[in-house]
Design a protein around this ligand. Structure first.
Ligand code: NAD
Ligand code: MG
Length: 390
């Protein structure tokens, strides 16, 4: 029996994780759940999964949750705030941590899990983008393990040999081929991109996801963040990571080897597959996802990415190549820009130029600790906000 803390339990990944966990009550027990503000949903999850601890974002939310839980006769301990997230990520009572908070808000708790030597199921790609070196070092130093949940990285993980040591040359790996659906605007007239609505941008053709990652998929910043994520997870330099557009989203990514073999992982686009894979690794368990019907799909197609249409993808490659804290700056500017778009403050077409402007305005420094990284993150956010207000 393994126990799990699920950070971001009410989100798209959190809900899918609970769906898989519920299929295997003999294998997994929920130690803790967290949500930011959706208290009623978290209370329902607590009734169903009986965690020891539940964490929310504020004192008010904690009081509301407490009331709901007591009314339901539950004695779940209620806590709130960033430190409480770190506590449930590092508690002795949990073996595994699902890091599924969105954005930089998930960084501290993911690091706490690494420092406590946990098995980390990593959905929160932003944590790696901001602090790749720091997080990988903490994982190594404290004997933690990092299993990718992002469908592409989980696919690559499955296509790499067991015991892969983050050295491509040592394992005869030539290239990582990251597939991308192309999102909702793959074929839209580029001149009309500034007029797209929030509803159009979050309507992903293949995946149902949270709003932030859905906008990132529409700009293809999501793929850019994933290029950086792949760099840290697999020790791959930027020029060995190639993005391939594959609109059917059946192949979730590929690994190309020195002998000419290309290994791919295929499946229906449903996050319960990578979640089940990481939960049970190296075993395989049922996820609830239907088997692929290839005759029904009939065709798999591929095309190269268009940087004119998707400038955010290029910005992410630039940040990876530059090193230092430029990826943290890119991520912070993107989080602010996406929120501003979702709030109706800027047009879709302004997201990329805004990020680019922040990247050139904030000096790229080296940062060896979390405080220095968060300072870069804060400066980038402030600058992005100032540009938007102007
Ligand atoms: P979501 O918006 O559906 O859920 C986010 C969760 O984080 C919620 O539970 C919310 O309560 C919590 N949260 C939000 N802000 C917070 C804060 N400031 N402090 C603490 N908790 C906070 O997002 P999602 O789609 O589930 O994505 C979660 C992460 O997984 C993201 O990093 C995303 O890039 C990654 N991811 C998601 C998918 C997917 O299919 N949804 C696929 C790959 C990777
Ligand atoms: Mg992905």
């Amino acid at each position: 029996m393994q126990s799990i803390s699920i950070l971001g339990a009410t989100g798209s990944i959190g809900v899918s994780t609970l769906d898989v966990v519920a299929r295997h009550p003999d294998r997994y027990r929920v130690f803790a759940l967290s949500a930011h503000s959706r208290v009623a949903e978290l209370a329902e999850q607590c009734q169903r999964f009986r965690p020891q601890v539940a964490v929310v974002g504020s004192a008010e939310a904690a009081a509301q949750l407490q009331t709901l839980l007591r009314a339901a006769g539950l004695s779940t301990e209620v806590a709130y705030g960033p430190q409480a997230l770190c506590d449930i990520a590092s508690a002795d009572g949990c073996d595994m941590v699902m890091a599924a908070i969105v954005g930089a808000a998930g960084l501290a708790s993911t690091l706490a899990a690494a420092r406590a030597g946990k098995k980390i199921l990593l959905a929160n790609k932003e944590a790696l983008v901001i602090s790749g070196q720091l997080l990988m070092d903490a994982v190594q130093a404290h004997g933690a393990s990092l299993l990718p949940i992002d469908s592409e990285h989980n696919a690559i993980f499955q296509c790499l040999p067991a015991g892969y040591t983050r050295s491509m040359t040592a394992h005869g790996v030539e290239k990582i081929l990251l597939t991308a659906s192309g999102g909702p605007f793959l074929h839209r007239d580029v001149n009309t991109l500034d007029q797209v609505t929030v509803e159009e941008a979050v309507a992903h053709p293949k995946w149902v996801m949270g709003r932030k990652i859905s906008v990132d998929s529409a700009t293809m910043m999501n793929k850019g963040l994933e290029v950086i994520e792949a760099h840290w997870l697999f020790g791959a330099p930027a020029d060995k990571i190639e993005v391939v557009i594959h609109p059917q989203s059946v192949i979730h990514s590929m690994v190309s080897y020195a002998d000419g073999s290309v290994l791919a992982q295929l499946g229906n686009p449903d996050m319960r597959t990578p979640i089940a894979n990481a939960l049970a690794y190296p075993e395989r368990i049922a996820s609830g996802v239907a088997a692929l019907d290839l005759a029904q799909i009939a065709q798999l197609s591929f095309l190269p990415p268009d940087y004119q249409r998707f400038p955010c993808l290029k910005l992410a490659y630039d940040a990876l190549r530059a090193g230092g804290t430029l990826a943290a700056i890119l991520n912070a500017a993107n989080e602010v820009a996406v929120q501003a778009f979702l709030d109706g403050r800027i047009g879709f077409g302004k997201i990329a130029p805004l990020i680019q402007e922040v990247m050139s305005a904030i000096p790229n420094r080296q940062a060896d600790d979390i405080t220095a990284l968060l300072e870069q993150d804060r400066q980038a956010r402030d600058h992005a906000e100032a540009l938007i207000s102007r």
